[in-house]
Design a protein around this ligand. Structure first.
Ligand SMILES: Cc1cc2nc3c(=O)[nH]c(=O)nc-3n(C[C@H](O)[C@H](O)[C@H](O)COP(=O)(O)OP(=O)(O)OC[C@H]3O[C@@H](n4cnc5c(N)ncnc54)[C@H](O)[C@@H]3O)c2cc1C
Length: 278
């Protein structure tokens, strides 16, 4: 095994410099990075630990939350304000890994990993998530930032410094991930739904995101648009499920066949309907 150099810089500029001058990988919680290095999927010459940076707090402003680098899942679960404003995301986080994993792992690591099965990544698509990049100070919408499995738009000297998500007040929500053993496994398929209705039970807004059925988390705003103004019913969700089956083309892998995943696209939406009308 080659010698790996380890750095723990204290400033954004230092991280940026070391990253741009070396074959380097950033280390946040390390729960993805270490697994990939052990499996020799990643073989960096340099590791840059981001935990040398001064710790910033999670902040709430103008109906959004800003989650800075090095914030762990555990810290979000324990944050009362975050629980009050983002109960769906807390539910999603509680299904990630184990308490030991959540104690170290970070949402930013999950996003940088860009796995279509990434649970936190899915919530970025539902909650209008943005990524803040340093040192350029660029803010990028999640759907522009993630371009494929493991692929994100970062230049050599850049890294993710924070993320922000929008509060979705007055929405009902549903989240489910199907896996062989719930939390400790990569999901076969996952779904997240946010639904807002008016007093007559008509859809004011709906957001649906699927994980593990394509190269990235998938959301189709044109299908969501078609549902607006219609009354919530099982028939409507079935119809919507059919539409998703037309546009989602999952693959077969070691975890499940494409056919199974496609069927689940519709079935999970119908299940969501029953949970959302409770
Ligand atoms: C047993 C086990 C169970 C797991 N279960 C789940 C699960 O249920 N759901 C799920 O989604 N994931 C799961 N994971 C994967 C992992 O825990 C999560 O993706 C986690 O959020 C990664 O965060 P991290 O801070 O540990 O990332 P790290 O491992 O530190 O980093 C992940 C990747 O992002 C890069 N990176 C880190 N920080 C930055 C940054 N600031 N800017 C740019 N790039 C950066 C790293 O170089 C690396 O390539 C599991 C992992 C294990 C080992």
């Amino acid at each position: 095994m080659k010698n790996i150099k380890y750095f723990k810089p204290k400033t954004i500029e230092e991280i940026s410099k070391i990253k741009s001058e070396n074959d380097a990988r950033l280390l946040s919680g390390g729960t993805d990075l270490m697994v990939k290095m052990r499996a020799e999927i990643f073989n960096p010459e340099v590791i840059i630990d981001t935990k040398g940076l001064e710790k910033e707090e999670v902040k709430f402003y103008n109906g959004r939350v800003r989650i800075p680098i090095n914030t762990t899942y555990d810290e979000l679960i324990k944050n009362e304000e975050f629980n009050k404003r983002f109960p769906m995301i807390v539910e999603i986080i509680k299904k990630i890994g184990s308490p030991q994993i959540r104690n170290r792992a970070t949402p930013i690591g999950n996003i940088a990993n860009a796995s279509p099965a990434g649970d936190f990544l899915l919530s970025m698509y539902l909650f209008d998530g943005n990524v803040e990049i340093k040192p350029s100070n660029k803010i990028m919408k999640i759907s522009h930032f993630v371009t494929g499995p493991g692929k994100i738009k970062l230049k050599n000297d850049e890294f993710i410094y924070s993320i922000e998500l929008k509060e979705m007040e007055g929405y009902k929500y549903y989240y489910e991930k199907v896996g062989k053993r719930n939390a400790m496994n990569i999901s076969i398929i996952s779904i997240g739904v946010l639904l807002k209705t008016d007093n007559d039970g008509k859809i004011e807004d709906i957001k649906v995101a699927y994980g593990s059925v394509g190269p990235t988390v998938e959301r189709f705003e044109e299908i969501e648009e078609k549902m607006k103004g219609k009354k919530v019913s099982k028939e409507l969700f079935e119809e919507m499920g059919e539409e998703y089956m037309k546009v989602i083309n999952p693959i077969t892998d070691v975890r499940a066949t494409a056919e199974y995943r496609k069927k689940m696209v519709k079935n999970l939406l119908i299940k969501a309907y029953y949970e959302l009308i409770k």
